[in-house]
Design a protein around this ligand. Sequence first.
Ligand code: TXA
Ligand code: MG
Length: 342
Amino acid sequence: MKGNEERAADMAAQVWRQGGLAAFPTETVYGLGANGLDDAAAAKIYAAKGRPSDNPLILHIARKEQVLSLVKEVNEAGHLLMDAFWPGPLTLIFPKADCVPYGTTGGLDTVAIRMPSHPQARKLLERVNLPIAAPSANISGRPSPTTAKHVWEDMDGRIDLIIDGGAVGIGVESTIVDLTESIPVILRPGYITKEMLEKVVGEVAIDPAIMGTMDQKLHPKAPGMKYRHYAPKAPLTLVEGDEVSVAAFINQKVKDAAPKTVGIIAVEETKNRYEGGIVKSIGSRADMESIAHNLYDVLRAFDNENVDLIYSESFSEHEFGQAVMNRLKKAAGQQMIHLNAE
Ligand code: TXA
Ligand code: MG
């Protein structure tokens, strides 16, 4: 008899070969997969998510060699980054080969590819032996799913299969690096930081549009980064300042908002400073990985509890903190209050 994981791999491969949709765990977030070489299958992804069709998908592969048939060329930086970080949470953008349909790339001549490290994702991708196009498995505009239950909440009745691999490890989406410019450019920050990339390839740039600047003239190069993404239902405000001032400010807002319900995103070190509202600890301030891991689950929990407003503490943008703050700022639609400002 085959084990559960083997049967799951058979089922997903069958769904994908028949042009269907199967959600699966990766080390970052759950993906909603379809055959990336089949325009019609990719179209089903856009329909299930309610996603604008100009927003390209990432192809997921099991082996590095698969890249060669999907791209026009791999430059030196590409080889170095693939060797250093694949399998893992790094997506690379290459000029696309003719076999990759425009239905997958949102009409672009480039293609995003990643090789996940999650053991179950790897098993599925090995079994099907096709590049699998997979965005995060959420309804467009909702926080990305980090458990199979999150996928179920959004996708029940819309897709053919959900593979349950438990909670994912990292909790925010992969770092995206564009290799089609003269130096590599980060289009979306993630677990693989600028510092880690620079150790391998030297200078790396960051797309200025991604760090939540208010400058409307800047257009992010990753089309998906322009949408109000990762959004909880209630308006979210980020509050930055020292611990005591932030708690005092939020406590006052909770009183002012009554009888409305206020959700508060705090950390282990500060959660007892809050006097009202629904307080959720997102992790330990000393451990950015715990904060990333819990972020989307906390945002979804506030959706389920139907809070009217959410206030969140703010975090360091150092290294992996940049990815976490990028997602929080997007969830907040750039609403940020700076206390203790000079
Ligand atoms: O961790 C991840 O990357 C997850 C898991 C499932 O692998 N996937 C994911 O996919 O986050 P998605 O579709 O939610 O985000 C993909 C992002 C979008 O912002 C999209 O615009 C960008 O990648 N993207 C895809 N292809 C691109 C291209 N050719 N050029 C520029 N940006 C691209
Ligand atoms: Mg997404």
